[in-house]
Ligand binder design. Structure first.
Ligand code: CA
Length: 228
C-alpha cells in the first residue's frame, strides 16, 4: 500500500523539493500550502505521516500539531516539524506540541527522507508482523494465514486486516470510525456501516470453529475482540 505523506509547506520551491524527493523514495506526497488546506486533506484521508512547516500563512504549524494530538482520530499520525528556527527552546515547544521529530532548514533531502523513514518505522514497529493468537484462533501477518484450532480459515484481505486489528487490540472497544481509519486507511466517504458488513462476513468465516464469539458487538461503542 502506498504510504501517504502530507507536506504542509507554504514556500512552493521547498514544498516541491520535498515532494519530488518523497516521490523518488517511493512515497505518495500531497502538498498543502497552509493549515486550512492541510485540515481539509486530513479530514478527507488520514495521511501516514505529516511533514509540517512551522511558519505558515494562516496559523502556525505548532498550533496544528497541538490540535492533531488532541483528537483521537489524528493522535497517532507521526509529525515531522520543519523550520528555519534553530534555537533549542523552539525545538522544545515543537516537541511539546506533539512533533515526533524535527528538521531545521536548510536541510538535505537525504536527511529528510531518512527521518521520514525512521518515523514510519517507529509508528509501525515489527510487532505488527508478529503472530497473534486468541483462544485457538491464530493469525500470521507474514504468511496471511488464519487458522482456528488448526483448521485453515479463508478471509478476504479486508476481513484479514479487520481481524488482525481487532486481535492486536484485545479487550478494547474499537469504534467504527477507528476501525475505518485503521483497516480501510481512512477514507471518510466509506460509511460506518461498511464496518458492520465486514464484521458480519468475518463472523460467518469464523463460525465453523466457533471463533465468531470472540468478536463482541458493543452497543453504541463498536466492536471488541474478547481476550483469551
Ligand atoms: Ca513557511
Amino acid at each position: 500500500m502506498n504510504t501517504q505523506i502530507l507536506v504542509v509547506e507554504d514556500e512552493p520551491a521547498i514544498g516541491e523539493l520535498i515532494a519530488v524527493n518523497l516521490r523518488h523514495a517511493g512515497f505518495s506526497p500531497t502538498l498543502a500550502p497552509d493549515v486550512t488546506s492541510a485540515r481539509r486533506h486530513i479530514d478527507a484521508a488520514l495521511p501516514d505521516l505529516i511533514v509540517l512547516d512551522w511558519m505558515l500563512p494562516d496559523a502556525s504549524g505548532i498550533d496544528l500539531a497541538r490540535r492533531l494530538r488532541a483528537e483521537s482520530r489524528t493522535r497517532e499520525v507521526p509529525i515531522l516539524m520543519l523550520t528555519a528556527r534553530a534555537q533549542e527552546s523552539d525545538k522544545l515547544s515543537g516537541f511539546e506540541a506533539g512533533a515526533d521529530d524535527y528538521v531545521t532548514k536548510p536541510f538535505s533531502p537525504r536527511e529528510l527522507i531518512a527521518r521520514v523513514r525512521a518515523l514510519l518505522r517507529r509508528a509501525s514497529p515489527a510487532a505488527n508482523d508478529e503472530v497473534v493468537e486468541i483462544a485457538g484462533l491464530r493469525l500470521d501477518p507474514q504468511t496471511f494465514r488464519v487458522t482456528g484450532d488448526g483448521t485453515p480459515i479463508s478471509l478476504s484481505p479486508t476481513e484479514f486486516k479487520l481481524l488482525h486489528y481487532l486481535m492486536k487490540n484485545p479487550d478494547r472497544v474499537l469504534s467504527r470510525a477507528r476501525l475505518l481509519d485503521k483497516v480501510w486507511g481512512d477514507h471518510v466517504y466509506i460509511e460506518e456501516r461498511t464496518v458492520d458488513v465486514h464484521v458480519r462476513r468475518l463472523r460467518v468465516a469464523l463460525q465453523p470453529t466457533g471463533h465468531d464469539r470472540l468478536i463482541e458487538t458493543v452497543r453504541g461503542g463498536g466492536y471488541r475482540a474478547l481476550p483469551a
